[in-house]
Design a protein around this ligand. Structure first.
Ligand SMILES: *Cc1c(COP(=O)(O)O)cnc(C)c1O
Length: 377
């Protein structure tokens, strides 16, 4: 059986975990957390990085930092993970879903302006599969209407848009280190702060609404409750594990790109014959091989292909029942305009196994099974 995902292991994880244990400092913001923060600040160009317990929590922190309140509206695609929406719904916002572009599965930037009302507070672009949204358009709309831009870059670590790192482009950016992402510590995330004015409050929100971070730096002589907050900082054990992955990020990236390119080359003839569609990477975007997906004709064909791959020992998955058609999505949001692509494209998308130790032989085998399914081998 070829699994869908196997998390990367670089070999340094155990050593760093042992070091963290020896430090006798397991709670958050110890030496490994600092190393991770520095790594992100160096590699992304953000003003400040803060590790969080998940991307979900980085999104929740963003909603708090943006002061999202009852009745505010937040614009995002419907084709995304639930946390993108939940983080804002928790603050009382209504979600306004906008259709996606069929080429990248990202929010269609040309439809955003029509969805803006006097209640709109934020735009949340989701960089699907680590391929950037059209950020120039989104930033300029945000500027015109005075809106926050909060990037859900859960899948976008190490990807760029016109040379800028995803997550470091909007006011705030959110990363995930869940086991299914390129770099992982099991469960984890980071908030990238790109506007220096937000740093102090972010530290407070992350430390249960206290000024403990300032206290530890010796800037105040006692710490106290100063704002809203929760416990959003991860243990040193998670940070130690993550740091072992970040040190090898370039190598993991290189290996994933190699697999992605191999899939692409082998399946290109099928795309040229119009049998299936392959991912599109727009000019100016460098992706991170987070995911390799194909799009077949429709839901029925996808169901049959999943079963066929399984019969041949290959695990493939699909995801994202569009949020606007879910029970909670209908309660907490509305779809602005016509759903031309969100439902249709989501029903024909299929994700193939992609992880750093997937072999060339396995990719050749998987693509042969797809050719066989298509009856062209
Ligand atoms: C994985 C993912 C999340 C959630 O990440 P967690 O770290 O598991 O909370 C949010 N948004 C998107 C687009 C994701 O892919």
């Amino acid at each position: 059986m070829i699994p869908f995902n196997i998390p990367a292991v670089t070999g340094k994880e155990e050593q760093y975990l042992r070091q963290a244990i020896q430090h006798r400092k397991l709670s958050g913001d110890g030496p490994f957390t600092k190393k991770c923060h520095e790594w992100f600040e160096e590699h992304t160009g953000c003003s400040k990085a803060l590790l969080t317990t998940s991307c979900t929590h980085a999104l929740e922190m963003s909603a708090l930092l943006a002061d999202i309140r009852e009745g505010d509206e937040v614009i995002m695609p419907s084709y995304t993970f639930v946390s993108t929406a939940n983080a804002f719904v928790l603050r009382g916002a209504r979600i306004v879903f906008v259709d996606i572009r069929p080429d990248t599965m990202n929010i269609d930037e040309s439809l955003i302006e029509a969805a803006i009302t006097d209640k709109t507070r934020a735009i949340v672009p989701v960089h699907y599969a680590g391929v950037a949204c059209e950020m120039d358009t989104i930033l300029s709309l945000a500027e015109t209407y005075g809106l926050w831009v909060i990037e859900d870059a859960a899948q976008g670590v190490m990807s760029t848009y016109k040379g800028r790192t995803l997550g470091a482009i909007g006011h705030l950016g959110c990363y995930s280190f869940h086991e299914t992402k390129n770099y992982t510590c099991g469960e984890g995330g980071a908030l990238l702060i790109n506007d220096e004015r937000l740093i102090e409050r972010a530290e407070i929100i992350r430390e249960k609404g206290t000024n403990r971070s300032k206290f530890f730096r010796g800037q105040v002589d006692k710490y106290t409750w100063v704002d809203l907050g929760s416990s959003y900082l991860p243990s040193e054990l998670n940070a130690a594990y993550l740091y072992a992955q970040l040190e090898e990020a370039a190598e993991i990236h290189r290996r994933r790109m190699h697999k992605w390119n191999m899939y692409y080359e082998r399946l290109q003839p099928l795309a040229e014959q119009g049998v299936l569609d392959l991912p599109v990477i727009p000019d100016g975007c460098e992706h991170n091989a987070h995911m390799f997906y194909i799009k077949v004709k429709d839901l029925d064909e996808r169901t049959r292909l999943i079963a066929f791959l399984k019969e041949h020992g290959v695990m493939s998955v699909f995801h994202y029942v569009p949020l606007h058609s879910s029970q909670a999505g209908q309660r907490f949001g509305r779809f602005h305009g016509e759903d031309r692509f969100t439902t249709r494209e989501s029903e024909r998308l299929l994700r193939l196994p992609l992880f750093d130790t997937l072999s060339e032989e396995q990719i050749a085998y998987i693509t042969d099974v797809i050719y066989k399914f298509c009856g062209r081998l």
